[in-house]
Design a protein around this ligand. Structure first.
Ligand code: ADP
Length: 220
């Protein structure tokens, strides 16, 4: 039986990094709406062009767009053995839409994990984040220094267009207003919500998430 998870948390908390570690561990795909949107933007698809203004301002793209992306993934073969949702849902409407998609397919969630960190740390993590244009590596100026090449492939590291300071502040307030209410939403749901401290090393956080998952499974 595969694992079916949501990983939630504010921008910069490390959902992507941890989501990848968990997905690898369980052999399930990580469905990141942020990555899907970035792929559409860089390929210049009509969907990408439709969402560019929202993305670059740090606003949420319309609910129907992300629900469509997720519905498509659920109808493909790759999610049959489980999945990890990263960065979705982000609004109550998306959570309701997800509930309908799951019910129609008779799928139940195993856990909703919420990764937490203080706002000061989030701003610092996001503003120092750099990504490799060529190989996709995600790193931080703390690790590689300013203007350094990619430590994995030697190509240039760039800042994500939505990681610029003004946009980061908007993303955090969008999170507080639109996404944070989902913590109570899932805490009240049958699946429940498991909060995990997002401060520490990558490995320490991964182990905490794995523990939390075991607790969630025993409680279910
Ligand atoms: P982060 O969690 O660090 O903000 P993501 O890659 O998850 O990074 O999201 C980046 C941007 O992509 C968001 O600011 C938003 O514009 C868009 N996006 C991603 N997922 C969603 C979603 N579920 N609903 C609406 N917009 C989304």
């Amino acid at each position: 039986m595969g694992v079916r998870l949501i990983i939630m948390g504010p921008p910069g908390v490390g959902k992507g990094t941890q989501g990848e570690l968990l997905a690898e561990r369980f052999g399930i795909p990580r469905l990141s709406t942020g990555d899907m949107i970035r792929a559409a933007l860089s390929a210049g698809t009509p969907l990408g062009e439709r969402v560019r203004v929202y993305y670059e301002a740090g606003d949420l793209v319309p609910d129907d767009v992300v629900l469509g992306l997720i519905a498509e993934a659920f109808d493909g073969p790759e999610t049959a053995g489980g999945f990890l949702l990263d960065g979705f849902p982000r609004t109550v409407a998306q959570a309701d839409g997800l509930g309908e998609l799951l019910a129609a397919r008779r799928i139940e969630l195993d856990a909703v994990l919420s990764l937490e960190a203080p706002e000061q740390e989030l701003v610092e993590r996001i503003s120092g984040r750099r990504v490799c244009e060529a190989c996709g590596l995600v790193t931080h100026v703390r690790a590689v220094g300013d203007d350094a090449p990619c430590p994995a492939c030697g190509c240039s590291l760039i800042q994500r267009s939505d990681d610029l300071a003004e946009t980061v502040r908007n993303r955090l307030s969008v999170y507080r207003e639109q996404t944070e209410p989902l913590l109570a939403y899932y805490a009240r749901s049958g699946t429940g919500l498991t909060a995990v401290d997002g401060l520490g090393t990558k490995e320490a956080i991964r182990d905490r998430l794995l523990d939390a998952l075991r607790r969630a499974e025993t409680a279910a």
